[in-house]
Design a protein around this ligand. Structure first.
Ligand SMILES: Nc1ncnc2c1ncn2[C@@H]1O[C@H](COP(=O)(O)OP(=O)(O)O)[C@@H](O)[C@H]1O
Ligand SMILES: Cc1ncc(COP(=O)(O)O)c(N)n1
Ligand SMILES: [Mg+2]
Length: 566
């Protein structure tokens, strides 16, 4: 297939001929230089990596060679500012960032707004809207334009002219008119020009019930059947697709939006989240649609993804409290509601946390008829300094529930909780980190998923593995099996000699594991090895009748050994 990527209009690559050329030939950059900068043709064409001549010149001026540029999907939002940052430009920026898309902004109005309502509106002059549009569209490769508050007919005409001059891949029109608080953001004067100039060139319009009604001259919209008719009538005004949003549909326990593509009606339904934090849902939905379109999605999947994103964000944010008014903003990044505020959150590992490392075992808890939360609680009461959940045969859903409950147990004590192997579960319950074995997810990949603040423990049997763990940005090492153990099948026993070799070569703190219990913990700690910060135990705690008593005894033995070697 002839694949010719037009790279910023100046550099072309053709897969058939395998040739790169700059057009016209660049006076400063030779063809060989061009090829070197752009990297291998195969990787570039597949990943869409590009380099414009302008960017190459800038890199050359900085003395850089070989770096690649990546074209990112780009949404331009033309909308009003919300000082409370729940809706408008601010929601658009957050939505695009959350969806991994670059967002530039042309501000049409500045509102003084909070969770109570809109206290003031100051429209940006039409000339200055035009100037912002020219600045962005003439320079940046905008894929999709999304509109929000367009407060005057003149602003709409200016936008239409800019889009004629700088065509984009798609236009998403959210015909913002009234805020959810009931305040007017764009009066009836915009209706005619909106219908005549913008709707006909829109790829999708996303009115809520009030806006659909206003566009249709005050038609009553009270049922889903009304929304179907409205979608069809609005489609006749020219947009390629119509989404009539039913966030405000009275008496429905689902949030139903009606999508019409000119042929088929789709009722898009998701559970209605019970929350006051719905300020900005419309702006967010339209921005997410724009973001998905900018990534290359077809329309219906873009709308479905966007709707799920809004529902998910509302669900995550249902308990957050910002502002005193009836309609709060929500959290686009799904982070504000983590229940960490009252607790000491471990951000980095303190090596002394490794002292008595308790690793749970579902089989043993079952045998003794204990819940995992109770087992963890007892271990902590007895002196365990860190917990690792190792639920080899639990189903993901049950494991996540157990992990969440154990987090509730650990947090008030300031005890870190790690998840064995399952990075998804660690992320979902906001655990302090993970433990990975040599055949699990590689540490680098785990780090990329977990970010810089989570703890990663990796199993190492040899000095080479210990060095690799350090280079891969693990936080510490679990080394073993020190003694033979029943907990892990076919586990090579490295003995105290093996532990010594790992500890002496490791730049990371080490915790010893494997067959350690009350009878031999002393011998391990008594080695007094540099970096050896503690022992990890499974059966010695969890395969005993009284976990907290065993933990206490172990803690005492370890304390005695470590005070003797100091
Ligand atoms: N409580 C809710 N739970 C789930 N989805 C909702 C809720 N409220 C609104 N939505 C969804 O958010 C999007 C925005 O809809 P809506 O609130 O009607 O628009 P606007 O913010 O423009 O008034 C729609 O997809 C709608 O279904
Ligand atoms: C500046 C500005 N633009 C748009 C909205 C609508 O918000 P919603 O997303 O709740 O419809 C708003 N309240 N303020
Ligand atoms: Mg809206």
């Amino acid at each position: 297939m002839a694949f010719s990527a037009t790279l910023s209009g100046t550099v072309f690559f053709n897969l058939d001929t395998n040739r790169l050329r700059s057009s016209p030939p660049h006076p400063l950059i030779s063809r060989a230089e061009l090829r070197r900068w752009c990297g291998s043709p195969a990787s570039r064409s597949r990943s869409g990596r590009i380099r414009s001549v302008g960017a190459m010149e800038a890199a050359a001026a900085r003395g850089e060679r070989g770096a690649e540029m990546v074209k990112v999907p780009h949404v331009l939002t033309v909308a009003g500012s919300d000082s409370g940052a729940g809706a408008g430009i601010q929601a658009d920026l957050k939505a695009c960032a959350a969806r991994g898309v670059y967002c530039s902004t042309v501000i049409t109005a500045v509102t003084a707004q909070n969770t109570v309502g809109v206290q003031g509106v100051d429209n940006v002059s039409e000339e200055f809207v035009a100037e912002q549009l020219e600045s962005v569209l003439s320079d940046m490769q905008v894929d999709v334009v999304k509109t929000g508050m367009l407060p005057s007919p003149g602003t709409i005409s200016i936008l239409r002219n800019s889009l004629n001059k700088f065509p984009v891949k798609a236009l998403v029109v959210d015909p913002v008119m009234v805020s959810t608080s009931g305040d007017v953001l764009a009066g009836p004067s915009v209706l005619a020009v909106l219908r005549e100039e913008l709707l006909p060139i829109a790829d999708i319009i996303t009115p809520n019930l009030k806006e659909a009604s206003a566009l249709l001259g005050g038609r009553q919209l009270e049922t889903i059947a009304d929304m179907h008719s409205a979608a069809k009538l609005l489609h006749q005004m020219g947009p390629r697709h119509v989404l009539v949003k039913g966030g405000d549909l009275p008496g429905s326990c689902d949030a139903v939006d009606v999508f019409f593509d000119g042929e088929r009606i789709h009722d898009l339904s998701l559970p209605r989240v019970k929350t006051r934090n719905t300020h900005g849902t419309g702006c967010t939905l339209a921005s997410c649609i724009a973001a998905e379109l900018a990534k290359g999605s077809p329309m219906l999947p873009a709308v479905q993804v966007a709707k799920r994103f809004v529902e998910n964000a509302l669900d995550y944010s249902k308990e957050i409290s910002i502002g005193k008014g009836p309609q709060g903003p929500f959290d686009h990044f799904l982070t504000l509601n983590r229940k960490v505020h009252n607790f000491r959150k471990k951000m980095v590992l303190d090596p002394s946390d490794l002292f008595l490392y308790a690793v749970t075992d579902s089989g043993m808890n079952r045998k003794w008829g204990r819940s995992i939360e109770d087992a963890v609680k007892a271990a902590i009461e007895g002196g365990a300094t860190i917990i690792q959940l190792r639920e080899k045969d639990a189903e993901t859903r049950n494991f996540l529930e157990a992990a969440k409950s154990c987090m509730e147990v650990c947090r008030p004590w300031g005890i870190p909780l790690l998840i064995n192997d399952h990075i998804d579960i660690a992320l979902a319950c906001d655990a302090d980190g993970v433990h990975v074995g040599q055949s699990d997810m590689p540490v680098r990949a785990a780090r990329a998923l977990l970010g810089p603040e989570k703890i990663i423990r990796v199993s190492c049997k040899t000095p080479e593995q210990a060095q690799q763990a350090y280079m891969d940005s693990a936080n510490y090492i679990g080394s073993g099996g020190i003694y033979p153990t029943n907990t892990k099948e076919n586990n090579l026993t490295i003995g105290l000699e093996g532990l010594k070799a790992v500890c002496l070569s490791s730049k990371l703190p080490v915790v010893a594991i494997g067959g350690i219990g009350i009878s031999n913990a002393y011998a391990v700690m008594k080695l007094g090895l540099p970096n050896l910060k503690g022992v990890a135990v499974v059966s010695a705690l969890f395969d005993r009748e009284c976990i907290s008593t065993e933990a206490k005894k172990l803690y005492e033995v370890l304390s005695r050994a470590s005070s003797e070697v100091k």
